[in-house]
Design a protein around this ligand. Structure first.
Ligand SMILES: *Cc1c(COP(=O)(O)O)cnc(C)c1O
Length: 506
């Protein structure tokens, strides 16, 4: 590819000198990535990054141009093969969506127009408002609820908790901070809450001690008696309970707290009702399973991801807030250089800058809007149902084999199980054995699954938010687990595994 000529050097730009050459490269990139996506099944789900690749990436700051061609070659060689593999049909680790080819194209278009999506008079403002109105409808929240697209669930949840703090603290937190003489604020959730909650109370200055993690029942749902008792005791102790975080789909097992009862407790106790529905909230797209999250529509604030069970590419999450005024009252700010006008580009202000902490924002709404239009909400709901049927199938296979056992009830798309041959009985050995099976499944490139620890037992965990999986993939997984399990036991490797240093991660 041609480099910038001496003659052009006094008028510099990063646009190509030769548009046709870059256009040709762009078409090739598109062809390459489409071929890659079309043939995912022929490729390993994941493979470890070789030391040579790490070395190749570790290069001195390029002061001089290497050119687009060579740089793209480096991408093909050192980046494309070494990813987290979640786009693969046999990937069910953690909770990670696949992405879609069409959303990828939408991302490309969004980057191409590179609009600044803080608000103002432009299509992006109205597209994001429309997407939020659609999700307000999907979730059953009242027309006129406020909302914002975020980078993900953590950010959506954090913003929701910030609105709760501002609204329920009993004093103006924005003005006074948490420095004054006020009763300590407390927030309630179950012990199964995702780690965003701890990070968020720390970040919001409430401190870890403010987060009251209530034990769960045998189905991993928040214990309502314990919750009521804790709130009562805290009040009696001079603390000020402000919010309750319910989880609709816990990350460990997919458990859904009793949302309807929790909404009532929040009304009785004057608490903000925040729901973390990171993936579970999307069940509202499924006519057959939306009952599993009944009550979610009563949330004061509801956070969910679109890069998990809406299958969109990273990153995109969403926060909905029932009281639009409370939402704006938490974040809206004025600045002379962003003066709202009645005409021109800033007419009606920067609505999205006023609903979160970020000013410059990308056009995340475009991929959401284009995907919902292109495929329709109903198809997304059908694939969600397909994922649940697949998880049911997997659970029934686990039940079919004596050497496999479920470690938690399957409520939606998550199956936690382990390999338990009769010759291994100690908890410790079973944990080591199953941790080794997960590692071998990953390292073989066959499957991306992850693990978790439930009541001290290590579980192989399958979280199915995969629009590419087929029923047979789960048959193959069960075969592979039994295969690897038998081999590990036969090699008598379980005892040696003690030294791998792999600690359980929640
Ligand atoms: C994934 C997840 C989150 C965090 O969302 P990110 O998009 O990863 O930031 C929060 N809560 C639950 C239940 C989740 O599954």
């Amino acid at each position: 590819m041609a480099h910038r000529t001496e003659a052009a050097a006094d008028q510099l730009t990063l646009d190509p000198e030769n548009w046709n050459e870059l256009r040709e490269l762009g078409h090739r990139m598109l062809d390459d990535i489409f071929l890659h996506l079309e043939t995912l099944r022929d490729q390993p789900a994941w493979q470890p990054l070789p030391e040579s690749v790490r070395q190749a990436i570790h290069e001195p700051l390029p002061m001089l141009p290497q050119g687009e061609e060579k740089t793209y070659g480096d991408f093909l060689q050192n980046v494309l093969p070494y990813t987290t593999g979640n786009r693969h049909p046999r990937a069910w680790g953690w909770v990670r969506g696949n992405g879609t080819p069409f959303a990828m194209l939408a991302e490309m278009l969004a980057a191409g127009i590179n609009t600044h999506a803080a608000g103002g008079q432009q299509a992006a403002t109205y597209i994001e408002e429309q997407v939020i109105a659609w999700f307000t409808q999907i979730m059953g929240m009242p027309v006129g609820s406020s909302g914002i697209l975020t980078s993900g669930g953590t950010m959506a949840n954090l913003l929701g908790l910030a609105v709760a703090r501002q609204t329920k603290a009993g004093f103006d937190v924005r003005e006074e901070g948490l420095q004054g003489e006020h009763p300590a604020l407390t927030v309630y959730c179950s012990a199964e809450v995702h780690m965003w909650a701890r990070k968020s109370v720390e970040f919001l200055g409430l401190g870890q001690k403010s987060l009251r993690q209530i034990p769960v029942d045998e189905n991993f749902r928040i214990d309502l008696m314990e919750l009521r008792k804790k709130i009562r005791n805290d009040r009696a102790g001079g603390l000020r309970p402000i919010a309750l975080i319910a989880t609709a789909g816990t990350v460990n097992t997919g458990a859904v707290d009793d949302l309807t009862t929790l909404a009532q407790i929040c009304r009785d106790e004057d608490l903000w009702f925040h729901v973390d529905g990171a993936f579970g909230a999307l069940l509202k797209l499924s006519p057959n399973y939306e009952r599993l999250v009944a009550g979610i529509e009563q949330a004061d604030s509801l956070a969910f991801d679109l890069h998990k069970w809406m299958y969109l590419s990273f990153e995109v999450g969403c926060l909905l807030v029932r009281d639009a005024e409370a939402h704006a009252a938490t974040f809206a700010a004025q600045a002379s250089y962003l003066e709202t006008t009645t005409r021109g580009m800033l007419a009606d202000g920067l609505s999205f800058a006023d609903r979160g902490i970020e000013l410059s924002r990308g056009f995340k709404a475009l991929k959401v809007w284009m995907s919902l239009k292109a495929y329709g909400a109903a198809l997304h709901g059908q694939i969600i149902e397909q994922n649940i049927e697949q998880a049911k199938h997997l659970a029934s296979l686990v039940n079919r084999y004596a050497e496999l056992e479920l470690l938690s009830p399957r409520t939606m798309n998550i199956v936690c199980f382990r390999y338990r041959p009769h010759e291994v009985s100690s908890k410790e050995e079973l944990n080591r054995l199953n941790r080794e099976i997960v590692l071998r499944l990953q390292e073989s490139g066959q499957f991306v699954v992850s693990g978790t620890v439930l009541k001290g037992d290590y579980a192989i965990r399958v979280a199915n938010t995969n629009h590419r999986s087929r029923l047979e993939d789960f048959d193959a997984l069960v075969e592979a687990v039994r295969d690897h399990g038998r081999k590990v036991v036969a090699e008598n490797a379980v005892l040696q595994i003690a030294g791998t240093g792999n600690q359980p991660k929640g």
